[in-house]
Design a protein around this ligand. Sequence first.
Ligand code: NAG
Ligand code: NAG
Ligand code: NAG
Ligand code: NAG
Ligand code: NAG
Ligand code: NAG
Length: 788
Amino acid sequence: MGEQPFRMHFGYKEVIRKLLLLASSALFLRASVEATSLSNFLIGMGSYDITGPAADVNMMGYGNTGQSAAGIHFRLRARVFIVAEASNITDGKRVVFVNLDACMASMVVTLRVLSRLKQRYGDLYTAKNVAISGTHTHSGPGGYLQYVLYLVTSLGFVRQSFEALANGIELAIVEAHENLRPGSIFLNGGEVLGANINRSPSAYLNNPIEERLRYKYDVDKEMSLLKFVDSERGPVGSFSWFPVHGTSMNRTNQLISGDNKGAAARFMEDWFQRRKLNATHEDAGWVDFVQHRGAATRRSSTYGNARNGSGRTGHEAGENGPLRRHPSGRLSSNTQKVRSKFSRSMSSSFVSAFCQSNVGDTTPNTLGQFCLDSGLPCEFYTSTCNGKSQQCVGRGPAYPRDHFESTRMIGEKQAEAATKFFQEAQVQVHGKISFKQTFVNFSRLSVGLPSGEIVSTCPAAVGFGFAAGTSDGPGAFDFTQGDKQGNLFWRLVGGALHRPSQEQINCQKPKPILIDTGEISTPYAWTPSVLPIQILQIGQFIVLSVPGEMTTMAGRRLRNAVKETLIEKGSGQFNSETHVVIAGLAGDYSQYITTYEEYQVQRYEGASTLFGPHTLQAYIQEFKKLAGALALETEPAPAPLPPNLLDLQHEFLPGVEADRTPPGITFGDLKQDVQPNSSYRTGDTVSVSFYTGNPRNDLFTEGSYALVEMIDGASGWQPMYDDDDWSLKFRWSRSSPMSIISIAELDWTIPKTAPRGVYRMRHFGAHKSFLGPIQRFTGTSSGFLVAG
Ligand SMILES: *[C@@H]1O[C@H](CO)[C@@H](O)[C@H](O)[C@H]1NC(C)=O
Ligand SMILES: *[C@@H]1O[C@H](CO)[C@@H](O)[C@H](O)[C@H]1NC(C)=O
Ligand SMILES: *[C@@H]1O[C@H](CO)[C@@H](O)[C@H](O)[C@H]1NC(C)=O
Ligand SMILES: *[C@@H]1O[C@H](CO)[C@@H](O)[C@H](O)[C@H]1NC(C)=O
Ligand SMILES: *[C@@H]1O[C@H](CO)[C@@H](O)[C@H](O)[C@H]1NC(C)=O
Ligand SMILES: *[C@@H]1O[C@H](CO)[C@@H](O)[C@H](O)[C@H]1NC(C)=O
């Protein structure tokens, strides 16, 4: 494939090569730091925990009813930048970009956030200048969208998921707003190889040959990166865009995870912090970080409640109990969690986000699609094995090792590339801050084709290929991609819901309609028809917010069309240097957008393109209008507003009734301790378990359910790792399927870099009694030795 796999353990030559690379990048770094004297914007960064409920809630993405949350691998965050024109500090034009470790943005969440921002700031932040995009992790809690089709597997709406997202986004924006300071922005990017492939190459091949010949790959390999530099404090963050599905963790995973993009963000933020903490080693690059990754820097002399006997330990945890952050978004002085202590402080923080783009037909499962039974490649056109979808599964780069390893590898690929682009960034962003946004009713929208012919989009509908799923997560039903007939059972069920009219059947052709979602309104809309589209301008950098998953070629067509329009209408303001990126899954969600040619093939992506064969052309038409408005500084025509269906939502997931322990045992007691007087080596996994309560009782937002501590002769137990760390997993389970007795298992795989010493593990939880309040508790393991 001509791609060089990135390895954890570099050969000697590799190290030399990388060091040479770093030496040259150090020069660029200096060049860019000098350039910061030209600060021309106000910049604010923010970040907040949006992990949400870590038990019982169905995960959003695979549509697998069996995949509900049962613990945490690492936490989910909302990461934000605000850029404002510096000329007018109080009310200069500004744009806000939010990247969520979530499967996608949701209109009902967006509306809640906007109304909160209005209460706080009046008209400073509105639907026009706030963009909210999701990374597309398939391992986060679901139930936060408002349309029926996206709530089927979560048993309806899940208010806790919704609130965790809305609060986290709001507080991350508040933090960025309060951090606004003079600074400058640099733009860089380049190819990232080995991190994505096309999962529907047969559909891509249906695009015209002349068009395909213009591109080197059948997926976009380019990452675009913005580096944010505070004029006094130096670099404060970076945001990058690169298309790859958040499906490194597969459809059986039950630990909350940011998947490959969340992992990349965690790695890069840790890299930066390590570099910053070690002043003698300022130019340390990614390689050095990988080799020294670990915890020595996580030592903290004040870990607040977790070890301070004064107060909220044991059973008396109060409102801002262990590890909790104040709702204002500020850390309270004695309740800092490990990572906060490690990587953030009151006044400054480094925020690195990995954002999604035209993700539609991409997959991180780079080894290809294979049949589980035979081990042979799947059938090319339908992704089936002996005619069935369920057996055809993509393999991540770590195969046959597990999906955690594949997630790490795809995360590291992106983090390594972003780190390099960050260090080498020298093209400064300059020019206007501007934005245009509107809503479009994509149902029966009249669309002019390049040929001059006028066609129309259709009311939304999903085809049979939708139920087949993809090799990233095959569907549970007996469907295959590329199916244009459909089986009897689903024709029956789909037909019972709504029998599509002949007009709709003709309009959606060749898609065989499985569910005519756009024409069903019981109990309320099944899929959206009014969707937001938006353009943000940050100098020569243009972000297009697309409320869905465009395929590779669809994204290319849209970016080209917008750029041409800007250059044509912008009277010199835009040129070939204008850089356009797509922010995917932004504002709301409406599934896929393929090209007309890909649609004809009706694989999963075509079957999930809601508004028929001309959906992409409709987007291009509407984005061109918006680009024209941006270039000419006019306002888009009045548009219909999307519905707010919050009050119509139903929750069917039962709440936590109560928690219990077996007789003679209290919450926080050990179920399984470490072996007495045991000693471990790096690479070993230490497991302990505790009797606990349901994590839904208390989300420990900006806190942790799990902690590894090490003893330090002078100052006692020191926090080293928490549930946001890659090496520590928090698993939650019931002692038997319907039981209200539950167990927290902490698995710590000792990193190579963990200092030798005596350690222990702690669990933080909260339990609910039948009528009483929710109370916090902690549990602690015996000590154990890490002997190197
Ligand atoms: C700042 O910008 C706002 C709106 O963009 C404008 O109304 C106001 O007059 C500007 N103030 C100054 C001092 O330029
Ligand atoms: C800083 O980095 C250098 C080079 O890797 C290393 O030798 C030194 O021990 C580090 N210092 C600290 C305080 O971590
Ligand atoms: C522990 O709590 C006491 C009383 O609130 C406080 O004075 C002290 O600074 C705390 N110590 C640490 C290490 O946080
Ligand atoms: C999912 O990943 C786990 C761990 O790597 C593996 O054991 C399992 O077979 C995978 N399942 C599927 C359907 O890919
Ligand atoms: C969107 O357009 C369709 C078809 O023209 C129409 O039936 C529907 O009412 C419109 N929706 C809204 C919210 O305007
Ligand atoms: C553990 O080690 C201590 C100190 O060496 C010793 O007193 C104790 O008996 C040991 N416990 C077990 C269970 O071996």
